[in-house]
Ligand binder design. Sequence first.
Ligand code: ADP
Ligand code: MG
Length: 620
Amino acid sequence: MAKHQFQTEIGQLLKLMTHSLYSNKEIFLRELISNSSDALDKFNYLLLTDPKFKGEDWSGKISIKLDKEDGSITIADNGIGMNEEDLMDNLGTIAKSGTKAFMESLTGDAKKDSNLIGQFGVGFYSVFMIADNVDVISKKAGDDQAYMFSTEGTGEYEVKPVTKESHGTVIYIKLKEDEKEFLDKWRVEEVVKKYSNHIAYPIVLNYSEEETTGEDDKKETKTVQKSEQINAATALWTLPKSELKKEDYIEFYKSISHGDDDPLTYMYNKIEGANEFTTLFYIPKKAPMDMYRADYQPGVKLYVKRVFITDDDKELLPPYLRFVKGVIDSEDLPLNVSRELLQENRILANIKQNAVKRILGAIKKLDSEKMEIFTKEYNKVIKEGIYIDHVNKETLLEIVRYKSSSEEGMISLDDYISRGNSEKKEIYYIVGEDEKVLRNSPLLEAYKKANIEVLIMDDNEVDSIVTPMIGSYKEWNLKDITSIDAPDTKTKEEAEEIAKEFKSLTEKIKKVLGEEVKEVKTTSRLTQSPSCVIKDPSDPMAGMAAMFAQMGQEMPETPLILEINPEHEMIKKLDGLKDDALFDETAWILLDTAKLSEGLEPKDKAAFAQRIASLANKAL
Ligand code: ADP
Ligand code: MG
């Protein structure tokens, strides 16, 4: 008999389960049943593909036994089972980096936290919310020896050889003193129906009941053993649409999402013809916690003719749809399709294409309230899609939302187009880190004055890469206002006239600033600010941020052009100023304040501060 220490993280997790997560304890049933169902799926696959098991008379089953006298509940399956190593690896350690992420994302709200348990692949441990001690007796299919894994949910566990007839797993749970509600037949049935009704295998409840027979004085009470199937035991996606109600879809979602929330939306399709398959997809109301982790758990399971193939294939859907949960069941894929070849399989490629179309179609149809939730959770991954999925780019552009200079909240490109200048067909945008800085950017002044809407893109990391490569949408060209001329408030002739008038001033400023700016010129894009900086539109690097980001490199600095507002008091006064020191100071301040307004930093911050102080001093 060998005693082992739990991995440190599990030790922590166990403490958490026993002491903190006291609400929603019933989910332990959902988690154990889900594990049994997975184990049955795995054996079912072996049975059909591995000659070793050919001819075995098997039908998958989960049974739950309630023993009031003993104060225990036992959950058994005839699935794939575990050997000694599996028990230690699967239950004694956590392979996935999930646990740590789980711990970090705990909110302290017991209900929410227990909802996270299943999401992080730590479902088994939920049993310690209600158990004093647990024995897992398991025999792996094809092996001769069975093993028992026992623990009291403290720091240690034991593994020893035991005897067990057939393959599968039995989980014996000695309930804590005040968790005896789970010995009640009705309570257990209710929980199983709630979370596991559409598990594909029968769940049979074994319990005892007092039965009274006979008349008045000859009444006799005895305990009888009963056995009853308590779930529907049909995989939901095998049922015709006409038989399903909204509640059924939602119930099934709860079982596959290991959660308590309703989905935002779902889509169920059976495709017939040359290529036959069923897809059932859900979009969660909340993005999965691991959505931005490289080791995220994909949400879609692949079946072939109802036989489970994999739940760990990140390519069943494009990565930008990694928040989608559900099932793909193909009639045409070979059962023993190798995982490596799955990606090159034409049938699967076809299913995937169809799936993406349906998912995007459903997103497009969300009502405005749901769309708002969708945008909040998934706008960023949709932008990833725009960058990667050229086939569905147009649809993704219909779905993506942006902030706007014209109103609060998020708008679609179609909203923009519906009120834009349909002769010019241009969509203006500005990209940066900070919404407030962008909204107050001097570059927006002329657009505001001319009543032209500008999209405010403050998701800099993503927008600066994705937006430049959008190009156009419905024949409207997207234009970065920092690299185009301002809307013409002046005619070309007028502008040239002004440029000439201020030529000596702009030249003088350029001389002071030297290499810091590529050019200094007058502009009509400003109304309130004295100056602004723009990226040089003729610079070949300007549109290449995306390329640099893709290569994992920093974008080299593009030269800036300083534009000054000839109508501003300060510029008028500067023109003809005799005091050279003051002129230099002011020229630098024009550049540095313009940079600050765009969220850029002055080159020499200390010098900038000194100049401001000196000017303020003079003004006083
Ligand atoms: P997850 O199910 O997300 O992997 P769990 O903590 O629920 O996480 O289970 C851990 C692992 O233990 C499972 O992945 C599986 O390998 C194994 N396991 C748990 N229950 C069973 C069972 N009834 N039969 C076979 N293996 C099981
Ligand atoms: Mg599990």
